[in-house]
Design a protein around this ligand. Structure first.
Ligand SMILES: Nc1ncnc2c1ncn2[C@@H]1O[C@H](COP(=O)(O)OP(=O)(O)O)[C@@H](O)[C@H]1O
Length: 183
């Protein structure tokens, strides 16, 4: 593969469904000092048909991770993307500059998922996952601790301060990579 010079970072925003990944990604796109493309991975999988089949019981697609990685590789290597998904373990470490894990109190999360009309089974499963810190642990197991940050996403103030913090981090990344980064 040809090497590319990355002039903007790759930011992973992960967390249990309903913690606020898309909301954060959308605001970050607006506030970022560098152009960032928000990739909602679930939508991307549907659009490009990167799934093996549909699981009716869970009302979700079984993702073909090999195809997904192949499809994302050129985008991630070029940089300037936000990968928004409820998993982070599939992404190769070489792609990723920052992993943001959003966390939310489980009663608030329950209400958010109810508003989405998720089945009780799906709400319960996601709630348990949040309580058990499944995604946070996945992030800790998959990446160096220096690039993983856990942020509370329970209020508008949390949203604004989290995005402001990521914007500061982007400024620092740019300063550290004045000529871009080889990838
Ligand atoms: N920090 C927050 N404060 C208040 N409401 C939030 C916050 N983050 C997300 N929400 C709300 O929770 C719901 C789920 O957010 P969303 O961004 O779609 O989550 P995800 O992408 O993680 O599934 C939305 O209605 C959104 O407005």
């Amino acid at each position: 593969m040809a090497s590319t010079t990355k002039t903007s970072p790759v930011i992973v925003i992960t967390g249990t469904p309903g913690t606020g990944k898309s909301t954060h990604a959308e605001l970050l796109v607006q506030e970022s000092p560098v152009p960032l493309r928000h990739i909602d991975v679930s939508e991307f999988v549907k659009e490009k048909e990167l799934y093996e089949n549909f699981d009716a019981e869970w009302d979700s697609y079984i993702v073909d991770e090999d195809k997904l990685i192949d499809e994302l590789e050129p985008l991630a290597s070029a940089g300037g993307v936000i990968l928004d998904w409820h998993a982070c373990e599939p992404w190769p470490e070489r792609w990723v500059d920052l992993v943001v894990v959003l966390r939310c109190d489980h009663t608030k999360l329950w209400e958010r998922l109810e508003e989405r009309n998720y089945s009780l089974k799906k709400i319960t499963e996601n709630n348990q996952a949040e309580i058990m810190e499944v995604i946070a642990q996945e992030a800790r197991d998959s990446y160096e601790p220096e690039i993983v940050v856990e942020l509370k996403s329970e209020s508008t103030e949390d949203l604004e301060s989290n995005v402001a913090r990521i914007v500061e981090w982007i400024h620092a990344w740019k300063k550290d990579h004045p000529d871009g980064e080889q990838s």
